[in-house]
Write a protein that binds this ligand. Structure first.
Ligand code: C5P
Length: 323
């Protein structure tokens, strides 16, 4: 293929953070990963990424906690751009800018959203023609949560969390998110889980009650069915999260849980207004460093400008191979 860099303007992509409405974790595998059965919901907190033609591969970061994000070759968006360029056999020149809206190291997959956004943006900027299915495979190489950041909406994740099946859901769910400035390290949370619950099963399963509640749009039943096997480990490493959980519970949340490996606490409201009230209660208690309100499900990473026919195919509700 003769490489023709795309002329002209920058490409903009928006990618969502996620919650795990259920996270069932099995026994550690020989490769160090844990088998999961999880239900992801993409939330309306976003990473905004801009990709511009450049000679070298560089990145800048702005937004909340931007100073905590590496801007060298370890940055997941940089790794995503490099991996895509290598796979399609072109130079990886691009300048990426990420504006962060998803908490850093918060258990909401902000870094994974950056990687997914970089894949979509560089694919469009470089006009690679890579089939959608291969883009999802590259996403899985970059991290367990990256495929979901591409796909969005609601999905069941198996394997490392990277093998996705879209889930049928009804309704919109409104969340108050209690944030903690000091993040938690995902590997450390999994290691603590191993110490506490080393005998967990080899075949984690997704709770049928949760899937039924999502299919019927029953927020009360969804709230009752929220579960996270990693919560006990997150609480061990950050005991103050117990207070955040109980403040949200006492304020009338339909359900509360730690998001993924934490430390973000998610509280489900009866409505958008109720989620705001839950956030206010968390703030007033002083149990969180800051709060956000968000709703879901929302779509996965997608172009926000310059949407060509091919890009519409790539980012629309039909997620088939576009080759
Ligand atoms: O795949 P990702 O790089 O996001 O995973 C980060 C870390 O989280 C892994 O190195 C591993 O320690 C842990 N992890 C795990 N089991 C999973 C997913 C992640 O143990 N299913």
């Amino acid at each position: 293929m003769t490489y023709q860099p795309r002329a002209g303007a920058a490409v903009h992509v928006r990618a969502p953070g996620k919650l795990n409405l259920a996270l069932s974790v099995g026994r550690r595998r020989p490769d160090g990963y844990h088998p999961l059965a999880t239900v992801f919901q993409a939330l309306s907190v976003y990473e905004e990424l801009t990709a511009e033609p450049a000679d070298d591969l560089t990145i800048t970061v702005s937004g909340a906690q931007a100073d905590l994000v590496p801007t060298d070759g370890t940055n997941l968006a940089v790794r995503a751009a490099r991996l895509l360029a290598e796979r399609v056999g072109i130079p990886s020149g691009v300048h990426l800018h990420v504006h962060k809206g998803v908490p850093v190291a918060g258990g909401m997959a902000g870094g994974s959203a950056d990687a997914a956004a970089a894949l979509i943006a560089c694919d469009a900027l470089w006009d690679t023609g890579i089939p959608r299915g291969e883009l999802v495979e590259l996403a899985a190489e970059l991290g367990s949560d990256v495929p979901f950041a591409l796909v969005g909406h609601t999905a069941v994740g198996r394997g490392r969390g990277d093998l996705l099946t879209p889930a049928l859901t009804r309704g919109e769910y409104h969340w108050a998110l209690g944030l903690r400035t000091a993040g938690l390290s995902t590997p450390e949370v999994y290691a603590t889980f191993d110490e506490i619950l080393g005998g967990a099963s080899d075949e984690p399963t997704v709770d049928r009650a949760l899937m039924a509640a999502l299919a019927s749009g029953d927020a009360v039943a969804v709230g009752r069915a929220l579960t996270n096997d990693l919560q006990v480990a997150a609480l061990e490493l950050a005991p103050d999260l117990a207070e955040t959980l109980s403040v949200a519970q006492d304020a009338g949340a339909l359900g509360v849980l730690v998001s993924g490996s934490g430390p973000t606490v998610a509280a489900l409201g009866r409505s958008r207004h109720h989620a705001l009230a839950l956030a206010a209660a968390m703030t007033a208690s002083g149990a969180t460093d800051s709060v956000l309100c968000a709703s879901g499900p929302v779509p996965g990473a997608r172009l926000t400008t310059e949407t060509s026919d091919r890009d519409r195919l790539a980012t629309g509700p039909t997620r088939g191979d576009r080759s």
